[in-house]
Ligand binder design. Structure first.
Ligand code: G4P
Length: 526
């Protein structure tokens, strides 16, 4: 294996996704502790946007300033290079959150054992399913009274629309939580509530050994044997390939807060989770082991200081090796650019790096050269696929509130949309501009930034819409007929593609029923 291949094969780039409060931050922190990347618990937490934050965007932004550093957290563990990508949640849940998932090779989902699958997890899982991203599930908070684990597995399968395979199994829960039987490593992990120590565990190949009674008592031992038998009967043994195809999710149980089950999750994760995978470009498939560097921009983080309109563009390296001060081709602009201070993200520090490999994320200081989806290469003309826009869920008309500044407003809107802050649609009927977002906060962000960075003022007007769907059809007469009949609800996105703005789920269903030859897509790439 070449040096390049070795570097690439040891990389594991993933995101942890969950509904707010399920324990994502706590789990991330424990993973960083194992990697020796941080030394005390609480270090990640302090960067977290407090749930109690008001809708005062500036307050959130202050905290977000720090959070650039936690956007990507890299560390070494057991010979692997791990990159965790943070997925913004809470108030700053935005399209960014979805897009981050386009830059990872796998995902860990955290579920609260008492609450099961919640809304945000369901939405993020849709993106994973679309991309066939391999998924592992961590059922957290086993130290609290939770739901019956079999019931939870059924819910995971049903709600996340993915097969599951438990690789560990809880022995009771809440106050009576005794630990888990680790099916994957054939050992018994006994639980002692303690916050920062590694679990003590006992090798246990034969669950029928009478030793089991000694550790957990007669009743629980009998129950565990019964459960394991049932599991083996119902769930086929884990086949790594079905996991890699995103069809089966291995499930672990534990308690992130008590650092219980976390190391087991991590040990299994590094072994079976994929290293960077080939990525589709319009022109061809790009394999990570190729010598030439390629990468794409999946996120742009603006510097909030109005006096320095600079950004950090986040690049996912798709193939080869990136080097500092080497010329690369910015494909859309057809220009050579070189970067003197690319940053890598180790632990929670941002530092300048000389090189980075496929799978890594680097930050490039940018003064307006980049748009979401841009490709950088060693010279080849490539355009990566898989960076769609997702149908927004909140819509407002944007109006100019200062007629003297209409040029500034236009420029501001264009640039903010390129950054991926929200999506712009233009109504084909009345020409009015509509901004669509997935989170309420984005409207405040846009208004504030238009004023402070572009000197433009905007006003919002309410607009009640359910979804924006990209439409296409091979039946042109039917498409034309649809567009005519729905003229008031037809818009174009910023690339000029037709978008149908459905004002209710019912209207959308009727449209799908009446116009059978038209395809309604909820993402811009199909
Ligand atoms: P998030 O990033 O997914 O939003 O969740 P986070 O890790 O912040 O966890 C949410 C709350 O759940 C936190 O409590 C955290 O301490 C708690 N928690 C996480 N894992 C476990 C667990 O395994 N067992 C139990 N019992 N609780 C857990 P908080 O009160 O909101 O915050 P804090 O005051 O503890 O910092």
């Amino acid at each position: 294996m070449s040096e390049l291949e070795k570097e690439i094969h040891k990389r594991r780039t993933f995101a942890i996704i969950s509904h707010p409060d399920a324990g994502k931050t706590t789990l991330t922190e424990k993973l960083l502790l194992f990697g020796g990347a941080i030394h005390v618990a609480g270090a990640v937490k302090s960067n977290k946007i407090k749930k109690t934050a008001t809708s005062d965007w500036m307050e959130i932004e202050k905290q977000r300033g720090i959070s650039v550093a936690t956007s990507v957290m890299g560390f070494e563990y057991d010979g692997y290079k791990i990159n965790i990508l943070d997925t913004p949640g809470h108030q700053d849940f935005a399209e960014d959150t979805y897009r981050t998932l386009t830059a990872v090779d796998s995902v860990i989902i955290v579920v609260d054992s008492a609450k099961g699958v919640e809304a945000q997890t369901r939405k993020l899982m849709e993106v994973c399913r679309m991309r066939h991203t391999p998924v592992m599930i961590f059922v957290n908070k086993m130290d609290r009274e939770g739901r019956d684990p079999f019931e939870l597995l059924d819910e995971l399968e049903e709600e996340l629309k993915i097969g599951v395979r438990p690789l560990s199994w809880p022995i009771d829960s809440g106050q009576r939580f005794k630990g888990v039987y680790n099916i994957y490593q054939e050992k018994l992990d006994l639980y002692t509530p303690s916050k920062q120590t590694v679990t003590e565990s006992i090798g246990f190949k034969d669950i029928n050994s009478p030793d089991l009674e000694k550790h957990i008592g007669d009743a629980l031992a009998a129950k565990l044997r019964e459960d394991i038998e049932l599991i083996d009967g119902v769930y086929p043994e884990l086949d790594i390939n079905t996991y890699l195809k995103g069809q089966i999710a291995p499930v672990f149980f534990g308690s992130a807060l008590n650092n219980f089950g976390v190391k087991e999750l991590l040990d299994c994760f590094v072994k079976i989770a994929p290293s960077p995978r080939p990525i589709e470009a319009i022109e061809r498939e790009v394999s990570p082991e190729e010598n030439s560097f390629t990468g794409f921009i999946f996120k742009i983080h603006a510097n909030m200081d109005p006096n320095h309109r600079s950004c950090i563009a986040f690049v996912k390296i798709c193939s080869g090796k990136f080097e500092r001060n080497v010329n690369y081709k910015h494909v859309r602009l057809n220009r050579q650019l070189k970067f003197s201070s690319p940053t890598a993200f180790m632990a929670q520090k941002k530092e300048t790096v000389d090189e980075a490999y496929a799978g890594d994320i680097i930050g490039l200081p940018d003064t307006g050269n980049f748009k979401i989806g841009d490709t950088l290469t060693s010279g080849e003309d490539l355009h990566f696929k898989g960076l769609p826009s997702f149908s927004p869920e909140m819509f407002k008309y944007i109006e100019n509130a200062d007629p003297m500044k209409s040029k500034q407003l236009q420029k501001g809107i264009d640039q903010l949309m390129d950054e991926g802050v929200a999506q712009l649609f233009t109504n084909q009927f009345n020409g009015r501009k509509i901004i669509g977002t997935v989170g309420q906060l984005q409207f405040e962000v846009i208004q504030y930034r238009l004023l402070h960075e572009y000197g433009a003022q905007c006003r919002w007007e309410p607009l009640n819409l359910y979804k924006a769907c990209w439409i296409e059809s091979e039946n042109k007469p039917q498409l034309d007929d649809f567009k005519k009949r729905k003229a008031q609800f037809m818009a174009v996105d910023k690339e000029g593609r037709d978008v149908f703005l459905a004002d209710s789920n019912y209207v959308l269903m009727m449209a799908q029923q009446d116009f059978k030859d038209i395809k309604f897509h909820f993402t811009s790439e199909f």
